[in-house]
Structures are given as C-alpha cells and as structure tokens.
Design a protein around this ligand. Structure first.
Ligand code: OGA
Ligand code: MN
Length: 196
C-alpha cells in the first residue's frame, strides 16, 4: 500500500497528476459498476450542474454527463471498501505531507455516447477547498478510438488520458481539464479531497 501511496504522491508533486492502473482489481471494478448501475436504473442520476465560476450560458452546452452524489451513510459494500481505501490514502497523505485534507465528496458520472464536459477547473472561485481530484473508470472495456479521453492542460502541454477501466487518475483540482466526446457509455466515480 505504502508503495502505491508514494507513487500517487510523487506524481502529484512532480507533475500535478498521476495515473495508476492497479488500485482497483477487476473484481472491485465489477462490484462498483454494479453499485453504479443499481442507482442509475433506479433513476437516481440527474444532469450535472456547472460550477459558479462558469462563464458559459447553458449547462447542456458545457457538460452533458449525469451524476449521482454518494452519501456515506447509504454506501453499498463495494462503496464502503472504496471509502476504506481512500481514507487510508488520505491518512497517509496528511501524516507524511501535512496535506490538511479534512473532507471529501464523491459522485458517480455516466456519459452516454456523445456526452462531454468542456474545459474547466474543479475548484470553484467562491469555494477553494477542493485540493485533489480523483477519477476511477468503471465501464467494462475501452479501446483507442472510443473517445471520451480525459484531457489535462498543464502549461503548454495537452495530455490525453484514456479512461481505461480500473484506472484511477489523481490531479490537482486547479489543473484545467476536459472530457472529450465518446462513442460508448462512459462510467466513472469522481472524488474530491478537500481542505478544512
Ligand atoms: C469532473 C471531471 C473527469 C473524468 O467530474 O469534474 O472532470 O475523466 N471528470 O471523468
Ligand atoms: Mn473536473
């Protein structure tokens, strides 16, 4: 575990982002996808909102994913296991880097084919508490050409990241990024680690 945590922390410190493929085993991905689909089929998702800082006029022009905010008190077994893993990482991050993470929030997101999320940052201007973003990809399979890449903008560099199932991407919430249009249903769990 410590090795995984160190990989994440080094990536964040060196490049402001890091992508890791083995945090979630294939079984865990299946279990989380089931939890997501249960909630999706129960109609518990809604069109995502856009942060206050957005200069775009309409939501649908800017982002067309559907989300479901998780509540810890109502977590499924698979979600509880993920919370356990994330809490372990946060404890390590706070202890070794004095990161001061005191809070977190999570949502599932489903991007139906053709959905996207325009270029944005995750920390709202009025509320700068979001420090790190993490995204876990939960769909069954993803091939080059399916689209739906997460694209990060780091200085002059444009870094596309394929949303491979099982992959988790961590980045500073202030890094501009977008989700490109895809041809497949794209499923994810996104979390934010927040300072107090
Ligand atoms: C977000 C976001 C990226 C992704 O939910 O704010 O940018 O790859 N998600 O799903
Ligand atoms: Mn984002």
């Amino acid at each position: 575990m410590v090795e995984l945590y160190e990989t994440l922390i080094q990536g964040l410190l060196d490049r402001s982002f890091v992508s890791v493929d083995h945090w979630l085993s294939p079984d865990r991905v299946v279990d989380l996808r089931k939890s997501l689909m249960d909630r999706y089929q129960a109609d518990a998702f809604h069109l995502a909102g856009v942060g206050n800082e957005s200069r775009h006029q309409t939501k649908a022009d800017f982002r067309s994913d559907r989300v479901h905010w998780l509540e810890r008190a109502k977590a499924s077994e698979a979600e509880k296991r993920l919370y356990g893993q994330i809490d372990g990482f946060v404890e390590y991050l706070n202890r070794t880097c004095y990161a001061g993470i005191q809070d977190s929030e999570f949502h599932y997101a489903v991007y139906e084919p053709g959905s996207f999320y325009g270029k944005h940052v995750d920390c709202f201007r009025q509320n700068n508490r979001r420090r790190y973003t993490m995204v876990f990809y939960l769909h069954e399979a993803w091939q080059p050409g399916d689209g739906g890449e997460l694209q990060l903008y780091l200085g002059d560099a444009v870094i596309p990241i394929q949303p491979q199932p099982g992959r988790v991407v961590f980045f500073d919430s202030g890094v501009p990024h977008e989700v490109l249009k895809g041809h497949m249903r794209r499923m994810s769990l996104t979390g934010w680690l927040k300072t107090g």
